[in-house]
Design a protein around this ligand. Structure first.
Ligand code: 6PG
Length: 479
């Protein structure tokens, strides 16, 4: 009997996805470039319906046609070289899926190149880490619809489910699945940084112990903040290090790592000209955290506010921070989903934003109850310009904006950096202002470079004679 699917790459994610597929009734051929991982996989997980191969040709030939192969290799050049090695062994109509965190531009390129050779290329955004891969990830597949239909039964079977619906649905053409995954990760960065700021504020300003903080996060997970990231934060804050007896949170060096998807989200926001400020601040916050040695030195030389003796009403501030966090989260998701909207228009992808929110409800790292609200918002108004304008989010923002302000004020007063909280508030205040300060920017641009400006009282592009001695300035119409 032929295998129904092949998994190429037996790192943690590939292994767990292969096991998930086998458990769900697929006959899975597995292959790894080096035989050590295949050996380790076989010795650990020898199971029915898993067929290990040590030779690429036998791996490919063991597959039922049209062949379906999921690549789980490092994003970048490795994907190209694996595709190259597979091509001579494949037939027209076969399907290659890339489940890594690939750059969507690479995915677009691979999709086009393989299309010319008669091979379908499907980009599959996979979220949920190793546990998700094994028990149900969120999947974001894109490419040709007909090709997707061929792999849909497998993908939808292994994905997480929420209310009976798989957290997997067709995203759109080309590499749009990897785009959706990239912004998922950007939102993940923002979510994590907002949580970290809430933690630092409550710990350093309000003076909560780690035990109290764990309780706070646990209780927040019973509210509208209910989400995987809040849940694991409560768990992390409860752990003690076996070696030192100290809290785990205190033995971990405060330098954040990153593999690039958050940075790509921000770079893409800049390319598209969309204000995804919170994601970008979260990326910068990781960069700044990485300057540990410099920060240690700088602390000795640079002053901040004097320590205050103020006493804090803990209950009051726990509530304020909870609301500030939810408000920050609303703004971060509003930005991420706005970026989807603009990308969809720019690249002609017709992304279904409500459907994306549905996929994110389960399996993925940003899974959260409030994604149901995002889904509802787009279901009620498919042309919604910004989540902040949807009735539920508008009401919450109006209710919680004052808490975000209060927390930022107290943070700034105490010298605490709150980059994502502050960025969320500036975005919110900027977005809700009918009048910005950009009139002055336009005047300056016109003053030094004759770049022209529009007027509020008539149509056209104007230039003012700024250098005339008189303070009464003439505007001339350029266009
Ligand atoms: C997921 C995650 C995952 C990501 C890690 C690490 O959805 O399962 O987003 O894809 O690789 O979270 O990302 P960083 O190293 O960039 O923090």
């Amino acid at each position: 009997m032929k295998n129904t699917i092949g998994v190429y790459g037996l790192g943690v994610m590939g292994s767990n996805l292969a096991r998930n597929m086998a458990r769900n009734g697929e006959r899975v051929a597995v292959y790894n470039y080096t035989r050590d991982l295949t050996d380790a996989f076989v010795s650990r997980y020898a199971a029915d319906r898993i067929d290990p191969h040590y030779d690429l040709e036998s791996f490919v030939h063991s597959l039922k046609k049209p062949r379906k192969i999921l690549l789980m290799v490092s994003a970048g050049a490795a994907v190209d070289s694996v595709v190259e090695s597979l091509l001579p062994l494949l037939d027209s109509g076969d399907v290659i899926m890339d489940g890594g965190n690939s750059d969507f531009r690479d995915s677009n390129r691979r999709y086009q190149a393989l299309r010319k050779r008669g091979i379908h290329f499907i980009s599959v955004g996979v979220s949920g880490g190793e546990e998700g891969a094994l028990n149900g990830p969120a999947l974001m597949p894109s490419g040709d619809w007909e090709a997707y239909r061929q792999v849909a039964p497998i993908l939808e079977k292994i994905a997480a489910r929420v209310a009976g619906k798989p957290c997997c649905s067709y995203i759109g053409p080309e590499g749009s699945g990897h785009y959706v995954k990239m912004i998922h990760n950007g939102i993940e960065y923002a979510d994590m940084q907002l949580i970290a700021e809430a933690y630092q504020f409550l710990r350093e300003r309000v003076g909560l112990s780690l035990g109290e903080l764990a309780e706070v996060f646990r209780s927040w997970n019973e509210t509208e903040l209910k989400s995987y990231l809040i849940e694991i934060t409560a768990d992390i804050l409860s752990k003690t290090d076996q070696d030192t007896g100290k809290p785990m949170a205190d033995v971990i060096l405060d330098k954040a790592g990153q593999k690039g998807t958050g940075k790509w989200s921000s770079q893409e926001a800049l390319n598209l000209g969309v204000p995804s400020t919170i994601i970008t601040e979260a990326v910068f916050a990781r960069f700044l955290s990485a300057l540990k040695e410099e920060r240690v030195r700088a602390e000795k030389h640079l002053s901040g506010p004097a320590p205050s003796e103020a006493t804090w009403d803990k209950e009051y501030w726990i509530d304020r921070v909870k609301e500030a966090l939810f408000m920050g989260k609303i703004c971060a998701y509003a930005q991420g989903f706005y970026q989807y909207k603009v990308a969809s228009e720019s690249y002609g992808w017709s992304l279904n934003l409500g459907e994306i929110a549905l996929i994110f409800r389960g399996g993925c790292i940003i899974r959260a109850d409030f994604l149901n609200r995002i889904y509802q918002a787009f279901r009620e108004d498919g042309a919604l310009p910004n989540l902040l304008l949807a009735p539920y989010f508008r009401e919450k923002a109006n209710q919680y904006q004052s808490s975000l302000r209060q927390v930022i004020l107290k943070g700034v007063e105490g010298g605490l950096p709150l980059p994502c909280f502050s960025s969320a508030l500036s975005y919110y205040d900027g977005y809700r202002s009918s009048r910005s300060a950009a009139n002055l920017i336009q005047a300056q641009r016109d003053y030094f470079g004759a770049h022209g400006f529009e007027r509020i009282d008539r149509d056209g592009l104007f230039h003012a004679h700024w250098l005339e001695p008189d303070n009464v300035t003439r505007s001339v119409k350029l266009k």
